[in-house]
Design a protein around this ligand. Structure first.
Ligand SMILES: [Zn+2]
Ligand SMILES: [Zn+2]
Length: 168
């Protein structure tokens, strides 16, 4: 878990703090599959901008995940440039004015980076955009062996039924 102590930075309104932070990313669970960040630690541009009413946090990094293709289960890689922003009011009146990643003057960079990356991911992680997936009939990889099944040949029992019907 990577966190940043906000006590170490004292800013007046209009001032900005900028630093590069090393953030440890956590594996993500998506659709029952596990996606591993490679590398696990990324360099992130981190900025705190102080406004009169609170602080704006900006985080930018490139995240890369390795895991199974959601169509054919082969290795897939997804890489995203992330740009995330959080706001924390100086004297928060409502929950909306607080960042969920700030607690006891610490900003949880690890959880924030993980969530920002998860939100940026495509609806389906694929090994390639045109992945053909697995055959729904026999389960073989359609990328390796493109094929179709003739319905009559798919199951010999249908032939038996057809024969029976002809005799009736
Ligand atoms: Zn695939
Ligand atoms: Zn098949």
């Amino acid at each position: 878990m990577t966190s940043f102590s906000l006590r170490q930075v004292r800013l007046r309104s209009g001032e900005q703090y900028r630093d590069e932070q090393e953030v440890a990313l956590e594996p993500l669970e998506l659709g029952g599959q596990r996606y591993i960040p490679v590398p696990e630690k990324v360099r992130a541009d981190f900025t705190i901008s102080r406004a009169s009413t609170g602080s704006v946090f900006d985080l930018r990094f490139r995240g890369r995940l390795h895991g199974p293709c959601q169509r054919c289960l082969a290795d897939a890689v997804v890489e995203k440039g992330i740009s995330a922003r959080e706001y924390q009011a100086t004297s928060p009146d409502s929950e909306e004015m607080r960042s969920p990643y700030v607690e006891d003057d610490r900003l949880d960079l690890g959880a924030w980076a993980r969530d920002a990356l998860a939100l940026a991911l495509p609806a389906q992680i694929l090994c390639r955009p045109e992945c053909a997936g697995l055959c729904p009939v026999c389960g073989r990889d359609l990328n390796v062996e493109p094929h179709e099944h003739d319905e009559q040949q798919a199951d010999p029992r249908w032939d038996a039924l057809a024969e029976l019907r002809d005799r009736l």
